[in-house]
Design a protein around this ligand. Structure first.
Ligand code: ATP
Length: 386
């Protein structure tokens, strides 16, 4: 096993903007890191440079202490783990796992191959299935066989490129937990590329968010959710996404289209002398004011909301509340929406309420939020000021 250290990595194809632009990222030995971002952000290119399938334009790539920029993929001791299509259908599980060892003719005795295959199959709980063919395995078992091949080679790290993207939602969920469990048990350094934010949020120790080849933020899933560094990360992480509203400053009050927020020291320091900011409030940042204790209610901001439609999903109630969108921020949000392949900027808040809330379609409700939890973004740079 080994750490993977990227230092100012650049990948330039032709004359356009670089596919990977000055990425520095240090992945610890045994760590599970997710590379995430919208289509074309450079995550696959970065992974391919780690494995050696793509030349590095500039920068230094290290596996452990060793610079590998000019090393052939086979000499890097890394294992790219593919889905079931990479298994040989005519070979048993045993022979599939043994395959990478047999490939190195004369290097391993039959006895050693047998020992390694059995060690891997026991780790992966595949002992009972060693004589089966891949067609007779579940998706999860096939994935384990694919990982078994990486283990017998004693690869120093696992690299996954969207391994679950072709599976249906249910199988994807099962495989996700399986991969998380295996990685934890094996403790092998793992880099996993996905554009699926559920995978990003549930699998990794840390998540690296890329946009147009540039690393935006590297943090634990929780830190990304609670402290996104900019509008892009804030809009990308979280489902349904964060609500963004124009905020106009007037003296000690921040005017939002839904309510006026008295500014405390935190907000004043964040906003500085700006007159316009973009305010971000997560759907779960709102509550039904009627359900709150009086002292809590007094600490936040209540406002009257004309609820358009509600969706009750068992564990949560989503309420959609139309409001007046200001042109000053619409352009910015439309640009962000295009990049995130969203559903189009709509002038409505999405509010996630307790499923027990009695609020229904067409109701006039009093909703509430705590100004201490709102995010404030610079409208030009998108930087999170809070
Ligand atoms: P996706 O999720 O769609 O696979 P990605 O984030 O993995 O996207 P990459 O495949 O790394 O993105 O591509 C990053 C950028 O580099 C894209 O703009 C892509 O068009 C470009 N690119 C990738 N491979 C090549 C290539 N061989 N030649 C030229 N440009 C390329």
């Amino acid at each position: 096993m080994a750490s993977i250290t990227m230092d100012h990595i650049v990948k330039q194809y032709g004359d356009g903007f670089p596919a990977v632009n000055d990425v520095s990222l240090a992945i610890d030995d045994g760590e599970f890191v997710i590379l995430v971002g919208p289509s074309g952000c450079g995550k696959s290119t970065l992974l391919r440079m780690i494995v050696g399938l793509e030349d590095i334009t500039s920068g230094t790539m290290r596996i452990g202490d060793e610079v590998v920029n000019d090393k052939a993929p086979r000499d890097r001791d890394l294992a790219m783990v593919f889905q079931n299509y990479a298994l040989y259908p005519h070979l048993t599980v045993y022979e599939n796992i043994a395959f990478p060892l047999r490939l190195q003719k004369g290097h391993f005795s039959n006895e050693e191959i047998d020992q390694r295959v059995r060690r891997a199959s026991s780790l992966l709980e595949l002992d009972e299935h060693l004589n089966r063919k891949p067609a007779n395995l579940s998706g999860g078992q096939r994935q384990r066989v694919a990982m078994g091949r990486a283990i017998v080679r004693e690869a120093r790290a696992f690299l996954f490129d969207e391994p679950l993207s072709n599976l249906d939602a249910k199988l994807r969920g099962q495989m996700r937990t399986e991969i998380a469990r295996l990685q934890r048990n094996l403790g092998i350094t793992t880099v996993y590329v996905t554009h699926d934010q559920t995978e990003a949020m549930t699998l990794g120790d840390r998540v690296a968010v890329l946009r147009r080849g540039i690393l935006q933020q590297v943090a634990s899933p929780r830190a990304l959710y609670e402290q996104p560094v900019n509008l892009f990360v804030a809009g990308f992480i979280g489902s349904p996404p964060m609500n963004f509203l124009a905020g106009f400053v007037d003296g000690d009050v921040l005017h939002l289209p839904i309510a006026d927020v008295p500014m405390d020291d935190r907000l004043r320091a964040a906003i500085g002398d700006r007159e316009l900011v973009i305010v971000g409030i997560r759907p779960d940042g709102f509550q039904d004011a009627d359900g709150l204790a009086a002292d809590k209610r007094a600490r936040g901001v209540g406002f009257e909301a004309n609820v358009d439609v509600t969706e009750w999903l068992g564990e949560v109630l989503y309420a959609y509340v139309p409001y007046q969108m200001h042109d000053e921020v619409r352009g910015k949000l439309e640009e962000l929406d295009r990049e995130l392949e969203g559903e189009g900027v709509r002038s409505q808040l999405v509010v996630a309420l307790d499923a027990a809330s009695p609020i229904g379609d067409g109701d006039v409700a009093t909703l509430w939020f705590d100004p201490a939890t709102i995010h404030v973004f610079d409208p030009d740079s998108g930087e999170n000021l809070t």
